[in-house]
Design a protein. Structure first.
Length: 153
């Protein structure tokens, strides 16, 4: 299964998971949360996700390193400041927040479970391969960073 490692850009996975969530919503019962509550919380969670992802991109741009997750070996700097003090993967955390916001809006347990399936997929096919490459590239400073900061949150 290593053929999927670092192949599909995570940002491309978000609409794919979103479509699967919508399909799950169409074929399974609703949760029954009132629309006003769902809409408010969906927007709030989506905005938080957008802010986390944007903060990650800004930190990478400031460090003048690649944001392309398919080529972590091209990283020119270990970014451990800004939002990266709290999460090693704030962009992916932002994407997960978007998917959870969509699942909340759809009002569907199956859709929310599909959003949560994004985590093990990303861990296996994106984050672990990235971590291997970054460990090779940055060595002990990266090891220390991983000991200080959690993978997701």
């Amino acid at each position: 299964m290593t053929s999927l490692e670092l192949k599909i850009p995570p940002l491309a996975l978000v609409p794919l998971f979103g479509l699967l969530m919508w399909l799950a919503h169409r074929v399974t019962p609703d949760l029954g949360i009132p629309l006003s509550w769902r809409a408010y919380n969906s927007v709030l969670m989506g905005l938080i996700g957008f802010a986390a992802a944007l903060a990650g991109v800004v930190s990478f741009r400031r460090a003048r390193t690649t944001v392309d997750p398919r080529v972590p070996h091209h990283s020119s700097a270990l970014v451990a400041n800004g939002i990266y003090r709290y999460s090693r993967n704030p962009m992916y955390l932002g994407f997960l927040s978007w998917l959870l916001a969509w699942g909340l809006y759809l009002d569907n347990a199956a859709a929310i479970l599909l959003a949560l399936a994004f985590v093990p997929y990303m861990n296996r096919f994106q984050i672990i391969p990235e971590e291997r490459a970054l460990q090779q590239r940055f060595g002990e400073p990266y090891t220390q960073y991983c000991q200080r900061v959690r993978r997701w949150l």
